[in-house]
Design a protein around this ligand. Structure first.
Ligand SMILES: C[S@@+](CC[C@H](N)C(=O)[O-])C[C@H]1O[C@@H](n2cnc3c(N)ncnc32)[C@H](O)[C@@H]1O
Length: 373
């Protein structure tokens, strides 16, 4: 699960990095020998280390965060060494990116202060959160799903890209972390739906409810990532975006095996177009091709103010265009053998040259199952 913890980004206002730490970072982080020492630690060593870190946390938060970075380097050393993040490069990336919002910063700082360090270091890296925000914005995403939300850092970055009528569904197995996320994220205009439970069960339930999403992020336990991928692909609308974290660096050999298997599946999966970005622990981005998976005509949520309502309807038209484009692409790829089925209960789509094709005929995914006003 390990993310490379954000060097120099604590409190987002970038605390100055101690000179000795800078030198260590420049030297390239933990190597295989250090990893062996790390793996050979006894439970008693761990106890001593826990006490040392607790004391550091109470007296010097900056030093504490950099100590955590060392742990992350050691954990990440089980990944392919040449892929370990280059900290100097990361600093350049962070300095060149829009700084995180106040809320995102607050979640980050609260997590480091209040969550046990062995969990806190799994927080998503700031450059990954910024990337998610940007992608959700470009997608004009409205219905989003976050699998493995932890304290809501990446979920918050996505939610801040949504319109007020947008919604993010957050799945997290640990109730105490979901509660932290909810406390922060309920301040945002977009809606938050929290689902506390095992991701496989929650994803099954979402499918049974007929839900569809524009934008999905997966960042939970890596052993199940392949199953999450398959299930999330079904929950993703055509031309929607699926983003998976932890695709280049892994805490254990078992995770590496699971992710290696997933990478060869995804790279050759004709249902998606995909690429990997070496950002943080490795970000796999997939866009779903083809088949219509939408049901029911469009209805906006009740009580939308006029400006939001207009935006909603226009977005729905865009979503309908996405579906039509995906259908056309699939038909082209199959030499015309693919004929999209109209969703149940919907009027027949207009045939080529018939014009129209707006949200009445080709319902948008963003309010699946509802009726046209
Ligand atoms: C790497 S962290 C996610 C970090 C998060 N994306 C962020 O923004 O900081 C992984 C999260 O997945 C959760 N998780 C692990 N296994 C899970 C499961 N089977 N179902 C749901 N959540 C799970 C963990 O409790 C943890 O909070």
């Amino acid at each position: 699960l390990a993310h490379a913890a954000p060097r120099g980004a604590f409190s987002a206002s970038a605390l100055a990095e101690p000179a000795a730490e800078q030198a260590a970072a420049a030297a390239g982080g933990a190597g295989r020998d250090e990893e062996a020492v790390f793996m050979a630690k006894t439970a008693a060593d761990e106890e001593v280390e826990k006490r040392r870190l607790a004391e550091l946390k109470a007296t010097n938060m900056t030093a504490f965060v950099y100590e955590l970075q060392k742990y992350v380097d050691q954990i990440n050393a089980t990944g392919p060494p040449p892929l370990a993040p280059d900290n100097e490069l990361r600093d350049v990336v962070l300095r060149s990116s829009t700084p995180p919002s106040r809320l995102i910063d607050d979640i980050y700082n609260y997590t480091f202060r209040s969550v046990p360090y062995e969990d806190a270091m799994y927080i998503c890296a700031p450059e990954q959160a910024t990337l998610l925000h940007l992608l959700a914005r470009v997608m004009r995403a409205r219905e989003c799903l976050d699998v493995g939300s932890f304290t809501g850092y990446s979920a918050g970055a996505v939610m801040q890209a949504l319109p007020a009528s947008g919604r993010l569904t957050a799945i997290e197995i640990r109730g105490e972390y979901a509660a932290i996320a909810s406390r922060f994220l309920s301040q945002l205009p977009a809606r938050l739906e929290t689902r506390v439970g095992d991701a496989l069960a929650e994803l099954r339930a979402l499918e049974a409810e007929g839900r569809l999403f524009d934008f999905i992020t997966i960042d939970a336990d890596k052993q199940q990532q392949q199953q999450y991928y398959e299930m999330c692909l079904r929950l993703l609308r055509p031309r929607g975006l699926l983003v998976m974290f932890g695709m280049m660096l892994y805490p254990t050999e078992e995770d590496k095996e699971a992710i290696d298997g997933l990478i060869s599946l995804v790279a050759n999966d004709t249902r998606v177009t995909t690429t990997m970005l070496p950002v943080g622990c490795g970000v796999q981005i997939c866009t779903k091709k083809g088949e219509r998976a939408l049901t029911g005509p469009l209805v906006p949520p009740a009580d939308l103010p006029p400006a939001e309502l207009r935006a909603y309807m226009l977005e729905a038209e865009l979503a309908a265009i996405d579906v039509a484009l995906a259908d056309a692409e699939r038909a082209r790829e199959t030499g015309g053998r693919y004929v999209p089925r109209p969703p149940p209960g919907a009027p027949e789509p207009p045939h080529a040259g018939g014009g129209g094709g707006g949200s009445g005929a080709l319902p948008g995914p963003k309010a699946a199952g509802a009726k046209q006003p």
